[in-house]
Design a protein around this ligand. Structure first.
Ligand SMILES: Cc1cc2nc3c(=O)[nH]c(=O)nc-3n(C[C@H](O)[C@H](O)[C@H](O)COP(=O)(O)OP(=O)(O)OC[C@H]3O[C@@H](n4cnc5c(N)ncnc54)[C@H](O)[C@@H]3O)c2cc1C
Length: 99
């Protein structure tokens, strides 16, 4: 899916919450979704309890962000910097306006 600066739904953060929401919206039929996430890696934090307890390796909690991004969802690799609810825009650190 080509990246666009205009989405029906823009999600800030591609962590567990953002990725889950994007996947659920896709399953519910929403097709025009963008996730603003600067990191190349995604971490499944609940596993860290087992890492602390010596039952798992920290590296097991890491996935590439690309591998967890739901198919058909746009990935804006940038930091969200400013949200304007009135204008329904998110401005990223690089100055891109996501509508
Ligand atoms: C040790 C530990 C054990 C846990 N155990 C459990 C458990 O057993 N059960 C449970 O339900 N929960 C558990 N949790 C909590 C659960 O992991 C978190 O609630 C969940 O990961 C939060 O998801 P999130 O998407 O809000 O945040 P995160 O997964 O932290 O994702 C936030 C994302 O936002 C991105 N981001 C940050 N700033 C910006 C920006 N300016 N613009 C764009 N993106 C940005 C980050 O790069 C990151 O990818 C645990 C947490 C920890 C630390």
């Amino acid at each position: 899916m080509p990246l666009s600066n205009s989405y029906r739904v823009a999600i800030v953060g591609g962590g567990n919450a953002g990725i889950s929401l994007a996947a659920r919206l896709r399953r519910a039929g929403t097709t025009d979704i963008g996730v603003i996430e600067p990191a190349e890696s995604h971490f499944y934090q609940p596993l860290w309890t087992l890492v602390g307890g010596g039952c798992a390796q920290a590296a097991q909690s890491r996935r590439s962000e690309a591998s967890v991004m739901p198919r058909g969802v746009g990935w804006i690799k940038d930091h969200a910097q400013e949200l304007d609810p009135g204008a329904q825009t998110v401005t990223t650190r690089s100055g891109t306006s996501v509508l």
